[in-house]
Design a protein around this ligand. Structure first.
Ligand code: SF4
Ligand code: SF4
Length: 279
């Protein structure tokens, strides 16, 4: 089963939930798709790490064959091409590697080279397989690296936990595309609630079953409970704020490996997710 863990915004405890879920399951795979800030590895500390580069095609222009017709420049909807001295020129960071300019060129003057945009690291932490996507600084699209990470989820027998990027944009849509179930992590605040509603709308649009985990849940936040009831979304777990757990997390420790009570909480969460996912 593939479980995607999302949050409408950063800092809600999405990686905390993902890492602990993976650690409490047996023989799990943890996929870090939060490729701009892949923090899961800081907690899991994988060993025997191998690295694979992630590349995308980038057009290159043959000045001998190019007649300067501008068809490629006019075609590019991403404005990645400009015309300089009667020749097209590409802005690599803006190019989405759609291949359109190669197709429309009547002279066969466009060839593609490969450009590195990030990498995927794979290692093991105990019985957890840890796959981490890392996007190079300055890149505009995280999607190619996320796709490369998700390819590593194939042929899994146990649980796969997908730690998604924050927000509700394209990179999140890509990350949840293969999920069987989505866990939405929220804070009981007005801001947290606002972002939860956005990400909830997204997973419903993608027709993914989902449940909510409230983190730092000290006291009641009636609007959240009301939202769960109105949208028929199960409230899977409330995790109260605990200074000791926060300190350990800040020190890079995995809570379920430190505290039996926390391990029990996450085992119960996993049982509930499994039940909900088959309904
Ligand atoms: S590959 Fe696509 S996005 Fe990139 S320059 Fe060509 S048409 Fe534009
Ligand atoms: S479409 Fe081909 S021939 Fe025309 S400007 Fe672009 S590269 Fe040159």
């Amino acid at each position: 089963m593939r479980v995607a863990v999302l949050s409408g915004k950063g800092g809600t405890g999405k990686t905390f939930v993902s890492v602990n879920l993976a650690s409490v399951a047996q023989n799990a795979t943890y996929l870090d798709c939060d490729v701009e800030e892949p923090n899961g590895q800081l907690f899991l500390k994988p060993e025997k790490v191998s690295t694979l580069p992630v590349t995308v095609p980038l057009p290159a222009f043959d000045g001998e064959k190019c007649t300067g017709c501008r068809k490629c420049v006019d075609f590019c909807h991403f404005n990645a091409l400009v015309f300089v001295r009667n020749q097209p020129m590409v802005f690599a960071e803006v190019c989405h590697s759609c291949g359109g300019c190669t197709l429309v060129c009547p002279e066969g003057a466009v060839k593609e080279s490969l450009r590195e945009v990030g990498c995927v690291k794979e290692g093991v932490a105990g019985d957890v397989r840890v796959v981490t996507g890392i996007l190079n600084l300055g890149e505009v699209s995280a999607v190619p690296v996320i796709k490369a990470v998700l390819q590593k989820s194939k042929n899994e027998r146990g649980l796969t936990v997908i730690d998604c990027p924050p927000g509700s944009g394209c990179s999140v849509m890509e990350s949840v595309s293969q999920a069987d179930y989505c866990v939405l992590v929220a804070e009981p605040t007005a801001f947290g609630f606002h972002n939860l509603k956005m990400v909830h709308k997204l997973v419903r649009l993608l027709q993914k079953p989902c449940g909510i985990v409230i983190n730092k849940a000290n006291g009641e936040y009636p609007l959240l409970n009301q939202f769960c009831a109105e949208t028929n979304t199960p409230l899977l777990l409330r995790i109260p704020y605990d200074a000791k757990v926060a300190e350990r997390t800040a020190a890079g420790q995995v809570a379920v490996l430190q505290e039996a009570a926390m391990a029990e909480i996450f085992r119960n969460l996993l049982t509930q997710i499994r039940k909900e996912a088959v309904q």
